[in-house]
Design a protein around this ligand. Structure first.
Ligand SMILES: NC(=O)c1ccc[n+]([C@@H]2O[C@H](COP(=O)([O-])OP(=O)(O)OC[C@H]3O[C@@H](n4cnc5c(N)ncnc54)[C@H](OP(=O)(O)O)[C@@H]3O)[C@@H](O)[C@H]2O)c1
Length: 333
C-alpha cells in the first residue's frame, strides 16, 4: 500500500481508504462475519483510512468496526460523522425512515458521546458533519466541533457535501481537514468549485461512492438487488438511465481489461488521478473486492487513458440524477 499525508496533519493514510457503510446499511443483507474478516484483511493490506457514520445501521456499523478497531487502535485512522437523524429515532435512514438533518451543537454533543461509546475509543480521528444543516449557521456547527478538538474527543474536522460558500465560512472558524463528497466517473459535480477550493485551501477531498455505488464495476446485477437496497430507488438504477449506465459500464470494463486491470481498479485510479489532494474510500463488505480495490494504489493512468475514459462518458451522457427527491433535499445547492 502507498500512503499520503492527510491535509496539513502529518498523518499518513493509505491512498485507498475503506468505506464501511455497506457492511451495515444501504446495500442489502449484512454479513458481520465476512465484514469483520474484511476489516481484519484491511489491516493486512495496510488500508488504514476507514470511514463510518453514526447513522449507518443506526450505530450498528460503528459497533461492528469497534471489534477490529479496539485491538488495533494505533493502526487505524477512523473517521465518523454526525448530523442525520430519523424522526422518532426509529427506522432506517436509507429506506423508509423519515430522516432529517440536525447539525446543531446540542445534537452534536450527544452524537459524539454515542459514537465514542459505540466505537469504544476515547478520540475520533476525523469527525465530519454529515450534511450542513440548513437551519443552523455553519459557523455554529463548526464552532461546536472545534470545542471537541480542544477537549480531545476528536482530532480533525470535516464536512460532507458542503457548498463552497459553507466551506469558506467553516474554514474561517477552524481548519477543515477533509471534505467528503460524492465523486466518481458518473458524479462529477465537485469539479466545478469544491475540488478547486479544497486545493486552494489545502484540504483533502475524500470522494465517497467512487465506484458509483457499484454501477461502474460492471458486476452489479441490478435485477437481483434486495428489496431494502437503497439503490433500487435511485434514478440511475431505473429505465433509460440504467440502460445508458449499463452500456457505459460495459464499455468502461472493456477499456479497463485492455489495460490489464479490473473496472473497479480503473475507476478508483481515475478518481485518484484527478488531483493530488484526493483520497477515495471505496466501499465493500467482502475481502475479495477489498484486495482488488487495494490494487488501484499501483495503477498510474496515462493522458491517453484519461482521454479514452472521457470519450466513453461522452458517448453515454444519459447518466441520470444521482439522487431522488428524497435524498436531494439534504444536499444544499
Ligand atoms: N458522506 C456521505 O454522504 C456518504 C454517502 C455514501 C457513502 N459514503 C461513504 O463512502 C463509502 C463508499 O461509498 P459506497 O460504498 O456508497 O459506494 P462505492 O464505493 O462507489 O461502491 C460500493 C459498491 O461497490 C461494490 N464493490 C466494491 N468493490 C467492488 C469490486 N472490486 N468489484 C465489484 N463491485 C465492488 C460493493 O459491493 P459489496 O457491498 O458487495 O462489497 C458495493 O455494492 C461508504 O462505504 C461510506 O463510508 C458517504
Amino acid at each position: 500500500m502507498k500512503y499520503k499525508e492527510l491535509a496539513k496533519t502529518g498523518e499518513k493514510v493509505s491512498v485507498v481508504g475503506l468505506g464501511c457503510m455497506g457492511m451495515s446499511a444501504a446495500y442489502g443483507k449484512a454479513d458481520d462475519t465476512e465484514s469483520v474478516a474484511t476489516l481484519e484483511y484491511a489491516l493486512d493490506l495496510g488500508i488504514n483510512f476507514w470511514d463510518t457514520a453514526d447513522i449507518y445501521g443506526n450505530g450498528a456499523n460503528e459497533e461492528l468496526i469497534s471489534k477490529v478497531l479496539v485491538p488495533n487502535r494505533n493502526k487505524i485512522f477512523i473517521a465518523t460523522k454526525f448530523g442525520f437523524r430519523i424522526r422518532g429515532d426509529e427506522g432506517d435512514v436509507f429506506v423508509g425512515g423519515e430522516s432529517y438533518v440536525d447539525a446543531s451543537p446540542k445534537w452534536m454533543r450527544q452524537a459524539v458521546e454515542d459514537s465514542l461509546r459505540r466505537l469504544k475509543i476515547e478520540t475520533i480521528d476525523l469527525y465530519y458533519a454529515h450534511r450542513v444543516d440548513p437551519n443552523v449557521p455553519v459557523e455554529e456547527t463548526v464552532g461546536a466541533m472545534a470545542e471537541l478538538v480542544k477537549e480531545g474527543k476528536v482530532r480533525y474536522l470535516g464536512l460532507s457535501e458542503c457548498t463552497p460558500e459553507d466551506l469558506k465560512r467553516a474554514y474561517a472558524v477552524h481548519p477543515i481537514t477533509a471534505v467528503q463528497s460524492e465523486y466518481s466517473l458518473l458524479t462529477r459535480g465537485v469539479e466545478d468549485a469544491i475540488l478547486p477550493l479544497t486545493k486552494e485551501l489545502g484540504i483533502t477531498l475524500v470522494p465517497f461512492a467512487p465506484l458509483s455505488r457499484g454501477l461502474i464495476t460492471n458486476k452489479l446485477d441490478v435485477s437481483s438487488l434486495a428489496s431494502n437496497d437503497f439503490r433500487k430507488n435511485l434514478p440511475r438504477y431505473q429505465g433509460e438511465y440504467l440502460d445508458n449506465n449499463q452500456k457505459l459500464s460495459a464499455a468502461f470494463a472493456e477499456l479497463a481489461e485492455s489495460k490489464n486491470c479490473s473496472p473497479a481498479q480503473f475507476a478508483i485510479a481515475w478518481v485518484m488521478a484527478q488531483s493530488d489532494n484526493i483520497i477515495p474510500i471505496p466501499g465493500t463488505k467482502r475481502r475479495k473486492y477489498l484486495e482488488e480495490n487495494a490494487g488501484a494504489a499501483d495503477i498510474e493512468l496515462t493522458a491517453k487513458d484519461l482521454e479514452d475514459i472521457e470519450a466513453i462518458v461522452r458517448k453515454y451522457p444519459n447518466i441520470g440524477p444521482r439522487y431522488s427527491a428524497r435524498e436531494n433535499k439534504f444536499v444544499k445547492k
